[in-house]
Ligand binder design. Structure first.
Ligand code: GLN
Ligand code: ZN
Length: 757
């Protein structure tokens, strides 16, 4: 029995890659120095994997920003506007990732989207009619050679041709069919190069297969691989899938000339059944993803052993591995010095998952797996009572009634009451919540954590920041203000720390996009609110201005989706527990004079099942009610906002309307406003603020640029429903670009108002 992982985290135990990249962006270190850090990280990660006893170690899972972007660059899918900047290789790469504004030109970044049902984001490759797909880059080969030079044989990993084409954006006349031959040749060449380099295995990631796919998709997949694999020579090819099962194409996939097939037995509800019912070819190896690559709970060996035994009835050659890349879990539990062992023994981060694989290997290699120490230890651990039930919380969720999900009066009535109450101008301007988390803000937090300042000093600093922020917004002329969220490290972790039932970590970072990492808290037990979490800050901020101050909360679905969830109760149950806690906060804000409350559901779309057939029954039927539960108790005058970002919403527009908020703001500028049509088609009732500029890039948008986005918006959205705001919160931005950007935004809204006079 051998072991494998789909990929390993790359930012480093202490986010070294993040810090080095950010220094590079600021011009504080050279490209060589950045590469030096990267090289050290790769070598360290390979060594950790090797020392753990892992049999298949990945390379090219490293990336300076994103693997999809790496693949695009490797395949020469670099839009002309980036090539025209005439920058170095690495700077062209970063220009695609982050946009560029400087001596060589001014271009926006590529679109960014959530990677399947995770909180990781990928850069969307853009193919126009002048694109020629061909193998141009060499990163994948260099990394293989680099590992080999240090004595480590790796399996290079790359996004497969099918998934690449399916996720790419075709902006010209041409489509997938026009690029099939080109991409086939490029991948053939990749295989030939690896054959020459003496590589034993290459892994093609094809997660797209876990969607509901059509028969055309299956033919495309077939065509691509029948052709690519002709070139494999002595290289063995592993077709890796994850985030679900491949029920639509299992038969086809296993009949193609792959040497290994990676299936997900954690999220793939039907994977076991597929193998059981259809068998598995004797000449191939099944890479069985049995260790959860997305959650941090320890593997339940008793269950895993059963799964493997089941599989062995149909499958001679099994390699055990992770369900997906370990990119989605933190690096190591060893960095958690404050979390007691009582908790820690229930968790496994990336490094510990490597040990789990090794333990499973020992268990499964024994003639009496059930008698091995690891097996017995695991059994005992899972039999233990974790002491995490709260009777009051259980009683409260059990008592939820149908009417608790319904806000009265209905939307249209509230809308006119609120127009009167607030008297806002047409096209009201606002921001999404956070203002730049500058070095001093972070230093203040660090100082409190290290005990260098008192809680009073900490609060005092934040209050000054709030006052500055309010003054700035008044100066800029925004209509609805925010306090700036300086007291929050992160929109979910902050609430996690305030709520009972949560555990939080020190160094458990997970990459979200590029250099941005998040530290998801862990839901350990039943969740409840002990005391108000945000009221003091919002009330203080409101006291500084006559304009409405938005109270800022994170919604239950996002809190849940961005936490590591429990595996012993349902997501629905957890969502309702959190919803009731946030509901109490909403009512407290209202009681204390806050008249607009924004409940962010940034991640609502994120955990939507990948298969449409599961949307309603597996998700929306509790996610939308959970949100409604939070705000159904407020007065008609109180305006409820929500905010969503970075995903394709077009397909769930009715569900979003059904959240019954009064206003929704969302990311739109990166996806070229495609969503507007869909709002119009669906007769969207909620007022909307589609983001007018991209906050993920330091570029300052011009007045003309924002105005032209607004012009497009008013073609589709009724004037009295349109809000003007950036894409998302400004916390990752600097002060330098924030002020002019917002000034340009306010200026554009004024221009638009003038036109309507
Ligand atoms: N209110 C949050 C902020 O502005 C929203 C962040 C998000 O949607 N990711 O930071
Ligand atoms: Zn956002």
């Amino acid at each position: 029995m051998k072991t494998s992982i789909v990929g390993f985290p790359r930012v480093g135990k202490f986010r070294e890659l993040k810090f080095a990249s950010e220094k590079y962006f600021k011009g504080e270190i050279s490209a060589e120095e950045l590469e030096g850090v990267a090289k050290e990280l790769r070598s360290c990660h390979w060594k950790v994997q090797k020392d753990s006893g892992l049999d298949f170690i990945s390379s090219n899972d490293f990336s300076f920003y994103d693997n999809m972007l790496d693949t695009a660059v490797l395949l020469n899918v670099i839009p002309k506007r980036y090539k025209d900047l005439n920058l170095s290789y690495i700077d062209t790469y970063f220009a695609m990732a982050r946009g560029y504004q400087g001596n060589n030109g001014d271009v926006k970044a590529l679109a960014m989207k959530k990677w399947f049902n995770t909180n990781y984001h990928y850069m969307v490759p853009e193919i126009d009619d002048s694109t020629i797909i061909s193998l141009k880059g060499n990163k994948i080969f260099d990394e293989y050679k680099e590992a080999k030079a240090s004595g480590i044989e790796t399996k290079p990993v790359i996004i497969g041709a099918f998934t690449f084409l399916k996720l790419a954006r075709f902006v010209g006349e041409k489509g997938v069919e026009d690029y099939t031959d080109q991409i086939i040749s490029a991948y053939q060449e990749i295989l030939k190069n690896f054959a020459q380099l003496g590589a034993k295995w290459v892994q093609f990631d094809e997660p797209y297969l876990v969607h509901d796919i059509t028969s055309e998709d299956i033919s495309l997949f077939n065509q691509i691989y029948q052709n690519i694999l002709v070139a494999k020579g002595d290289v063995k090819v592993l077709l890796q899938t994850y985030f679900g099962d491949i029920r639509d194409c299992y038969g086809e996939v296993v009949s193609i000339d792959f040497d290994g097939i990676g299936l997900d037995f954690v999220e793939g509800k039907k994977s076991l059944e597929l193998v059981g019912e259809n068998g598995f070819p004797e000449d191939k190896i099944l890479f069985a993803g049995v260790v959860n690559g997305k959650n941090i709970w320890r593997n339940q060996y008793t269950k895993t052993v059963n799964t493997i035994k089941d599989l062995q009835k149909n499958c001679k050659n099994i390699v055990i591995g992770t369900s997906c890349s370990l990119l989605h879990v933190p690096y190591t539990l060893k960095s958690e010095t404050k979390l007691s062992d009582i908790y820690k023994k229930h968790f496994a981060f990336a490094e510990e998952k490597l040990s789990e694989l090794n333990e499973l290997k020992e268990i499964l290699s024994s003639s009496y797996p059930e008698n091995t120490k690891w097996y017995l230890d695991s059994k005992k651990l899972f039999e233990e009572d974790r002491n995490c039930t709260n009777i009051t919380v259980r009683e409260r969720t059990n008592a939820i009634k149908e009417e608790d999900f319904i806000r009265l009066p209905e939307f249209a009535v509230r809308e006119s009451i609120q127009k009167e109450t607030f008297g806002l101008p047409l096209y009201p301007t606002t921001t999404i919540g956070s203002f730049p988390q500058t070095a001093d803000v972070k230093a203040n937090r660090t100082a409190l954590r290290k005990g260098n300042i008192t809680k009073e000093q900490y609060d005092e600093f934040n209050k000054n920041k709030i006052a500055e922020c309010v003054a700035l917004q008044e100066e800029i002329g925004l209509d609805v203000l925010v306090h700036g969220e300086f007291e929050r490290n992160d929109m979910v972790e902050y609430f996690g720390e305030c709520l009972n039932g949560y555990l939080f970590t020190e160094k458990a970072w997970v990459q979200s996009y590029g250099t941005r990492c998040v530290k998801p808290p862990i839901i350990w037990g039943d969740v409840s609110r002990e005391k108000p979490m945000t009221v003091e800050w919002s009330v203080y901020a409101q006291s500084l201005t006559k304009k409405p101050m938005k109270g800022m909360l994170t919604g239950p679905v996002t809190i849940l989706n961005w936490s590591f969830p429990r595996e012993d109760i349902s997501l629905k149950e957890s969502a309702y527990q959190i919803a009731l806690a946030i509901r109490d906060e909403v009512l407290d804000l209202e009681k204390n004079g806050i008249r607009i409350i924004q409940i962010d559901e940034a991640a609502l779309r994120e955990k939507l099942p990948l298969r449409k057939s599961d949307w309603e029954s597996d998700y929306l039927d509790w996610a939308i009610p959970a949100f409604r539960l939070v705000h159904s108790g407020v007065k008609p005058q109180t305006q409820i906002h929500t905010h969503m970002c970075y995903s394709e919403f077009t397909d769930i527009i009715p569900a979003i309307d059904n959240m019954d908020a009064d206003v929704i703001t969302f990311e739109a500028s990166r996806s070229d406003l495609q969503i507007l049509d869909s709002l119009k088609e669906n007769n969207f009732k909620t007022q909307v603020g589609p983001g007018v500029y991209d906050i993920h890039s330091p570029r300052v948008p011009s007045v003309e640029e924002i105005k032209s986005a607004l012009d497009k918006m008013i073609e589709k959205i009724p004037a009295e429903k349109l809000w003007v705001n950036p894409d998302c919160g400004l916390k990752t931005r600097g002060n330098e670009e924030t002020k002019p950007s917002l000034e340009h935004m306010v200026e554009s809204a004024k221009l638009l108002r003038k036109e309507n006079e």
